[in-house]
Design a protein around this ligand. Structure first.
Ligand SMILES: *[C@@H]1O[C@H](CO)[C@@H](O)[C@H](O)[C@H]1NC(C)=O
Ligand SMILES: *[C@@H]1O[C@H](CO)[C@@H](O)[C@H](O)[C@H]1NC(C)=O
Ligand SMILES: *[C@@H]1O[C@H](CO)[C@@H](O)[C@H](O)[C@H]1NC(C)=O
Ligand SMILES: *[C@@H]1O[C@H](CO)[C@@H](O)[C@H](O)[C@H]1NC(C)=O
Ligand SMILES: *[C@@H]1O[C@H](CO)[C@@H](O)[C@H](O)[C@H]1NC(C)=O
Ligand SMILES: *[C@@H]1O[C@H](CO)[C@@H](O)[C@H](O)[C@H]1NC(C)=O
Ligand SMILES: *[C@@H]1O[C@H](CO)[C@@H](O)[C@H](O)[C@H]1NC(C)=O
Ligand SMILES: *[C@@H]1O[C@H](CO)[C@@H](O)[C@H](O)[C@H]1NC(C)=O
Ligand SMILES: *[C@@H]1O[C@H](CO)[C@@H](O)[C@H](O)[C@H]1NC(C)=O
Ligand SMILES: *[C@@H]1O[C@H](CO)[C@@H](O)[C@H](O)[C@H]1NC(C)=O
Length: 842
């Protein structure tokens, strides 16, 4: 008994001793007299990286490697092809000055292999897991582990390709998770025909590509949000090496890229709460990321089913295989090109044209040149072997002469691709569009007429509308449920009574009774008033269960009738996006119509940006975040919600901020839903807010997505300058805010616009960029304004922006106030040569 206790104590002491010994090795240098021996380790100064011996899972071999945080994240292996078969390994400085790994028989199994070392050397473990070999006397670096990547790309590590020798520095995958020896996959940067990309190879075959580098991001990677957060950079060392690396922003989280043994590149971060690594992006987000999965002349869209489709003007080469989802053969041209026919001396017909594809990961094998955009198109049109072209400010002109392979339809970002097709195909497309438009119009008319009849029959009893819906639901016997928990609000699932899209998710909508809301808001007491929204007053309320809500009570005399009310309820019920405010319920009783929203403690954006005391609370990061959030919300309305909704009343007071200052677009009373088609719609009821209304809308009642883009542009300028467009007045020139920004921007004197209190020189370039984007959005001519998708890609990249091709609308304050309708356009004198007639509708 006593003996065994004694033995136990001894073994505990022994373990403790080993542990202390182990920890005391927490040094970060190896010298000719100090080596490390399995299982000792070396720890980097920041404490996050360890150099030592390890065995992969399911393996008994020992390897010398560097890991980050935990042994499951090996970022570098020295002897990956020469494993140690026992635990007698040593890492030391050898007699010739190299860093070496020795086995139990003192044989060198790995060496840093620097030739002709003259002086004594030491090896040091620097930040970001960089192991270096230094000359002890001079401190010169002879060798760095980051020059010899294993399978992880770390900050500052350069992937490179030498144009002259073809030698490249690559990431090389492990053979399997239990075998670090060099596997079949590798990844590096390539520069072909002036186009820089990152490629993953399966031995020698490409199995993934990033799409062309535009100077800020890779255009084929949808997830690459702001270049600012990624920090990729490229360079050229003058010796023919083109390299790519990334750096971490001072305040940014540490992340790295890892090429796993299945050939997938992963972005890895550390989750400090869970104490494990987190994969935040992979090069295989969808099937479409498999190189050339759809074959030639086809695009891949991960959101459609099947994912592959032929380009316009092309048809499957092998229709039977294609229908069985075997896309390997790709597509072929349906109508021969006219330029090919000329050689056959057949009758010449109309010239070929280009079909435009937007937000595309462009095909492989582009040829780059730096000609301007109009020349790019002409060069391609003139040369029959040119199959497609694309033009981007960051990349220049790209053209394709080989079969178009690996095209992907992205949701945001990407580039525009123009594919050469015969004129007949363009025509066919036009005819199809006309047929679709006619069908949609007839369909919409029928729906509108039906809705009108129903509305006429029910309008005397608004409350009954819900019962109507309810009973219709019961008849349909579809996923309709009704809960009634003794006095608590009824839950309805109302999805698409009026709308037409069956894909819209069912949403729960609460019908509250008037009394409950009166109690919640203390009888609509003035002290609970939050503000005045479109057509009504907004109150803060608190339900019995403590939930805070915002109640919009529509004034009885308001212009918003049942029509607008139902419109808002239906529109907002169908929408679910983190940048749109959520509707919780509604109430219709007699004349009273109310809407309940989630309560936003930070109120609306205008309360921040126009209030000198709160203005400083929004730092630039937050401002970018707000701008981007609004842009995403709008993009969702315009395109991604499948409904095509135009908000028509976007302004600072309609953007609410949640606790974390994330923006949420609110007030959909004026929103309009459309089935399809891109044509602007005319309305005879012009509602909106002066200062945010685009000229074609304010003057002719024409509205389209570009109406919202205009308002968004005004918002950007207001957010960046902290000045209100509608009340801005520049005495000297009678300029509106838009005019004032425009003049200052052209004078290159944008600083004078921005409140000194919020100006931050480190964000100077971004401020300029956002003002530039704002100016693009407020251009007078609607077609010149970018779409929201384009705006988001501008916000997210660092690529050069086009210059505004028209000046902002409403440059002069006075003219804006005076002119209401086109026929009333007045020509007043202008004191800075800006012709005022141009603000009249076109
Ligand atoms: C090291 O770890 C600390 C704590 O988790 C973290 O704050 C720091 O950013 C890390 N540095 C690196 C380079 O991972
Ligand atoms: C290790 O081996 C077990 C059993 O053979 C297997 O289930 C597991 O996936 C292996 N782990 C790795 C990382 O290869
Ligand atoms: C380990 O490898 C050495 C040669 O590197 C060899 O002599 C030895 O027998 C091996 N030991 C085992 C257990 O395989
Ligand atoms: C070391 O370098 C020499 C020539 O520089 C080369 O022949 C040899 O293969 C290298 N050895 C290793 C292990 O890299
Ligand atoms: C290297 O270091 C050893 C002892 O640390 C010293 O005796 C020797 O002179 C040094 N050699 C050179 C070239 O500095
Ligand atoms: C690598 O490729 C070779 C030949 O193509 C194949 O035999 C081997 O299984 C592959 N290895 C892995 C890990 O996929
Ligand atoms: C890599 O190539 C081999 C053929 O050599 C193939 O069997 C394997 O599926 C490929 N792997 C990937 C991930 O493309
Ligand atoms: C796909 O089609 C090609 C040629 O049309 C054929 O060779 C191949 O076997 C097909 N693959 C499958 C999985 O059916
Ligand atoms: C042009 O002529 C060649 C041979 O005469 C023929 O193979 C080809 O199909 C013709 N092309 C067109 C577009 O008619
Ligand atoms: C057309 O383009 C091909 C490939 O870029 C080129 O080789 C050829 O010279 C061009 N032809 C003309 C007439 O420019």
């Amino acid at each position: 008994m006593v003996f065994s206790n004694y033995a136990n104590l001894l073994s505990v002491l022994f373990i403790l001793f080993c542990y202390l010994l182990h920890v005391s090795i927490g040094i970060d240098t190896i010298t000719s007299s100090r080596f490390i021996k399995d299982p000792e380790t070396l720890i980097s100064k920041d404490g996050n990286f360890t150099l030592g011996f390890f065995s992969p899972k399911n393996s008994t071999n020992r390897y010398v490697g560097i890991w980050w945080k935990s042994q499951s994240t090996i970022i570098w292996v020295a002897n990956r092809n020469q494993p140690l078969n026992d635990s007698n390994g040593i890492v030391a400085i050898s007699g010739d000055g190299n860093l070496v790994v020795l086995n139990g028989h003192k044989q060198v199994i790995w060496s840093s292999n620097v030739s002709n070392i003259a002086s004594n050397t030491t090896s040091q473990f620097l930040e970001f897991g960089n192991l270096v070999l230094l000359e002890s006397t001079t401190g010169n670096t002879l060798w760095r582990s980051i020059q010899q990547p294993s399978d992880a790309l770390l900050p500052g590590m350069k992937l490179s390709i030498n144009k002259r020798t073809g030698k490249s520095v690559k990431l090389k995958s492990w053979r399997s998770p239990s075998d670090p020896s060099v596997g079949n996959f590798s990844s590096s940067t390539v520069e072909r025909q002036k186009i820089l990309e990152v490629i993953i190879w399966n031995e020698t075959r490409t199995c993934w590509r990033s799409g062309p580098w535009n100077g800020g991001v890779f255009t084929g990677i949808q997830a690459m949000t702001m270049a600012y957060f990624f920090g990729f950079q490229t360079g050229d060392d003058g010796e023919g090496n083109t390299f790519l690396y990334y750096t971490i922003q001072n305040d940014g989280d540490f992340f790295m890229y890892h090429l796993n043994s299945k050939g997938i590149l992963e972005e890895i971060r550390w989750d400090d709460t869970k104490k494990e690594v987190l994969v935040t992006w992979t090069s295989r987000e969808s099937e479409c990321d498999v190189y050339g999965i759809c074959g030639i002349f086809a695009t891949c869209n991960s959101l459609s089913s099947p994912i592959c489709s032929c380009l316009r003007g092309f048809e499957p080469r092998n229709i039977r295989e294609w229908n069985r989802n075997n896309w390997t053969d790709g597509c072929v041209r349906r109508t021969p090109l006219q330029c090919e026919r000329v050689n056959n001396k057949s009758t010449s017909r109309k010239e070929d044209g280009f079909s435009k594809l937007q937000t595309i990961k462009v095909p492989d094998f582009a040829e780059g040149s730096s000609v301007t955009s109009d020349i790019c198109r002409n060069l391609c049109l003139k040369n029959c072997s040119c199959l497609a072209y694309s033009q981007n400010d960051g990349i220049g002109c790209m053209s394709w002469t080989e079969n178009l392979l690996d095209i992907q339809q992205l949701q945001i970002g990407g580039l525009d691709l123009y594919v050469r097709v015969a004129y007949a195909e363009l025509d066919r497309g036009r005819n199809m569009t006309i047929i679709i438009i006619i069908t949609v119009i007839i369909g919409t008319l029928i729906i509108v007429i039906c809705a009108y009849i129903i509305w006429r029959r029910r309008s005397n009893h608004p409350a009954k509308l819900w019962h109507f819906v309810k009973s219709a639901r019961k008849k349909n016997n579809k996923s309709f449920q009704l809960f009634n928990k003794g006095g608590s609000p009824e839950h309805y699932t109302t999805d698409n009574e009026i709308g037409e899209s069956p894909q819209v998710k069912l949403q729960e909508l609460l019908i509250f009774d008037f009394e409950k809301l009166a109690t919640a808001t203390n009888n609509f007491h003035l002290s609970n008033k939050l503000g005045h929204g479109g057509f009504g007053t907004v109150y803060k309320g608190k339900l019995q269960d403590g939930q805070e809500i915002a109640v919009k009570r529509l004034s009885r005399a308001s212009g918003q009738g049942l029509e607008e009310f139902m419109n808002e309820v239906v529109v907002i019920c169908k929408l679910q996006h983190r940048n749109l405010v959520r509707l919780l319920g509604c109430c219709i009783e007699g004349d009273e119509k109310m809407l309940m929203y989630e309560y936003m403690p930070n109120k609306s954006l205008d309360a921040f940006i126009f209030d000198p005391s709160k203005n400083k609370l929004l730092d630039w990061r937050t401002r970018y975040n707000i701008i981007e959030g609004i842009a995403r919300g709008l993009l969702y309305l315009h395109r991604d919600s499948r409904l095509r909704i135009i908000h028509r009343d976007l302004k600072a007071s309609n953007v609410l901020l949640d606790e974390e200052l994330n923006p949420k677009i609110s007030d959909f009373g004026m929103a309009r839903i459309f089935g399809g088609g891109d044509d602007p719609v005319n309305t005879n009821r012009i509602v909106g807010t002066y200062g945010y209304m685009s000229p074609e809308y304010a003057m002719q009642g024409l509205f389209s997505e570009k109406t919202d883009v205009f308002s968004f542009g005004v918002l950007i300028l207001e957010i960046v300058t902290g000045r209100r467009n509608s009340s801005f007045y520049d005495n000297e020139h009678a300029l509106s805010l838009l005019g004032f920004v425009w003049i200052k921007w052209r004078e290159d004197n944008i600083l004078s616009l921005i409140d000194e209190g919020i100006y931050d020189p480190s964000h100077h370039n971004y401020i300029l960029r956002y003002i530039h984007i704002g100016l693009l959005c407020v251009q007078e001519i609607a077609v010149d304004r970018p779409t929201m998708a384009e705006v988001i890609s501008m916000l997210n990249s660092e690529a050069a922006l086009p210059s505004p091709s028209s000046k902002p609308a409403f440059i002069l304050m006075k003219s804006m106030l005076n002119s209401k309708w086109p026929e009333e356009c007045q020509s007043s004198s202008s004191n800075n040569n800006v012709s005022i007639t141009e603000i009249c509708g076109r």
